[in-house]
Design a protein around this ligand. Structure first.
Ligand code: MN
Length: 295
């Protein structure tokens, strides 16, 4: 099943003919105000129980063509966005050169797998622009794309065993971990507004199958008319695969329903500038196209 958030806090199921509004299934649990809404997290936790009703509503409803629906980030009020560092060997290798160029040195501690946090307020939807902060551009610092498989947590937990890890995953979506290359904490460099676009929807785990069986691709169309496939990787090449990421992260902090986990940058990171258009795609999860603008 493909779960979408669209228009003003509407819950949708994406079918071949468009998105069907299934908000009514939530009854009084639904809340229009995104600030007070906990219903998305409740849906992530209770999805297995709600699924039959969602399927029935999707079948009975009238699809709105995707072109006529305003898709939002398929995440609402997550308690946290966890993200992985150094999870593809070729990316770790390229970061030596990137750090020499942008920091003037190589930070060895950044070259090992670990997790860190991005601010949930950095989330943006699959059709929204990435806004480059004025002071960062003025300082001449590079801002990079990292196109990543994103895990959406269903039932949360702590100290999750490796063997049970995928039972805690609701599904997957496409995400860009937008990053300033500078000498500052990751949480500062990766948390500007619009630095966590995700979408176009959550594809539930049963439809995705093995999360180590997906291709990730990012194409940058430059304002100068050039087009370049910057990133192209297979998720089987992750140093720490998805079940191990979930288990590891749950030993550091309790995973709550609706939390997002960015699983790490593929090789091919590079600078973005105003006027660029980024097209990110992952097998079976869909694609999103994002403009880049100056703030
Ligand atoms: Mn990243």
């Amino acid at each position: 099943m493909r779960l979408a958030l669209f228009d003003d806090s509407r819950l949708g199921v994406v079918t071949e003919d468009g998105v069907v509004d299934v908000t009514a299934v939530l009854g009084s649990r639904h809340e229009d105000d995104p600030v007070t809404a906990g219903w998305w997290r409740g849906l992530c936790r209770d999805f297995v129980a709600l699924r039959p009703e969602l399927e029935a509503a999707a079948k009975a409803g009238t699809p709105v063509p995707l072109a006529a629906a305003h898709l939002r980030a398929p995440a609402l009020n997550p308690s946290k966005i966890i993200a992985c560092a150094s999870n593809y060997a070729e990316h770790v290798t390229e970061m030596h050169e990137v750090q020499e160029r942008t920091l003037g040195r190589v930070e060895d501690w950044m070259m090992s797998f670990d997790v860190f946090l991005k601010a949930p307020s950095a989330l943006s939807g699959p059709g929204e622009d990435i806004v480059l902060p004025r002071e960062v551009v003025a300082a001449g610092q590079e801002i990079h794309h990292e196109s990543e498989l994103v895990v959406v947590i269903g039932t949360g937990g702590r100290d999750i065993a490796l063997a049970d890890a995928l039972d805690h995953v609701l599904g997957y979506t496409v995400g860009l971990d937008i990053t300033v290359r500078a000498a500052a904490d990751r949480s500062r460099r990766k948390s500007y507004d619009t630095f966590a676009p995700v979408g176009p929807w959550v594809t539930t785990a049963d439809e995705v199958g093995d999360p180590a069986g997906l291709e990730i691709e990012l194409v940058r169309d430059g304002a100068d008319g050039t087009s370049e496939r910057r990133q192209h990787v297979h998720t089987r090449d992750m140093i720490t695969p998805v079940p191990a990421i979930v288990s590891y992260a749950s030993r550091l902090m309790t995973l709550l329903p609706g939390d997002l986990i960015f699983t790490g940058a593929p090789p091919g990171v590079g600078p973005i500038t105003a006027g660029d258009v980024l097209r990110a795609r992952i097998d079976r999860l869909g694609s999103m196209t994002l403009g880049v603008v100056d703030g």
